[in-house]
Design a protein around this ligand. Structure first.
Ligand code: FPP
Length: 259
């Protein structure tokens, strides 16, 4: 009688799964410039960007990235022309409505972080629907930052902690890093391992300020509408080759590579 050897599925990029980032956060920049360069209205860049969102979500799943957090609309983006803001909101509703069923079937839990107050009622309704439909997903986690600001998030956590301290639920001296993390919008998510920003910009733009403390950064010169699965692969391969020190020396890390 022969016993079959356990099946090991090769990684699509030939990577050691331990070196694949668990959580990738992305600042999707350059939609407007991509459109303007082609003589198109800016919203066309956002539309093409929404297509890349679908592709990158799919590729992340294939590569073993279990958490993806995308910056879709910042708390500062309200300053854009009214027409662009309205179109972006419509695009978000179309994305949420159009993807809900597929995400639910694929076990992908979608959550939205950011301040709900201030979002149009149709957007809030679409968020509530897709969050409920995908709530049981455990295979992967897709998080969209909408009306999100990193400082707002820290302020909201401070308010929640201060209220608990004032009512005697917690002692101020019991507040530590883990407790602060549990009061952020991302309470259930691991910190990002890799932060990608497209269109060559080198700023954090108020994104996940607390959570990216130890994230590796990958800047792509490509605008987001050009950032397809192949470019996502490049970022993951680059990350897999990095040594993460977390403040330690090379000698302390030894030969492990410290991933
Ligand atoms: C930055 O490009 C991008 C945004 C402000 C919006 C991102 C939105 C999408 C990718 C599409 C909708 C999202 C989902 C989840 C469906 P920019 O307009 O600032 O580009 P620019 O710097 O070239 O002007």
């Amino acid at each position: 009688m022969s016993v079959a050897a356990p099946q090991t599925v090769a990684h699509p990029l030939g990577l050691d799964p331990a070196r694949v980032p668990r959580h990738v956060a992305i600042i999707m920049d350059g939609n407007g410039r991509w459109a303007e360069k082609r003589g198109l209205p800016r919203i066309w860049g956002h539309r093409e960007g929404a297509v890349r969102v679908r592709e990158v979500v799919e590729r992340a799943g294939q590569l073993g990235v279990t958490h993806l957090t995308l910056y879709a609309f910042s708390s500062e983006n309200w300053k854009r022309p009214q027409d662009e803001v309205s179109q972006l909101m419509l695009l978000c509703v179309a994305y949420l409505d159009g993807e809900a069923q597929r995400l639910a079937e694929e076990g992908i839990r979608l959550r939205v972080i950011g301040r709900r107050v201030g979002l149009p009622v149709e957007v809030r309704a679409a968020i509530e629907k897709v969050e409920a439909m995908t709530a049981h997903g455990t295979r992967a986690h897709l998080t969209l930052a909408l009306n999100y600001g990193g400082r707002d998030e820290i302020v909201d956590a401070c308010r929640a902690l201060a209220a608990k301290a004032a009512s005697g639920q917690i002692l101020p001296e019991a507040i530590d890093e883990a407790m602060v993390s549990r009061h952020l919008y991302t309470a259930d998510l691991p910190d990002p391992d890799l932060l990608i920003r497209t269109a060559g910009e080198r700023r954090l733009s108020n994104y996940l300020l607390w959570q990216v403390s130890y994230a590796e950064l990958f800047i792509s010169e490509a605008a987001w509408p050009e950032f397809g699965a192949d470019r996502f692969d490049e970022a993951v391969v680059d990350y897999a080759g990095r040594v993460r020190r977390f403040g330690k020396t090379d000698a302390q890390l030894g030969a492990s590579g410290a991933h």
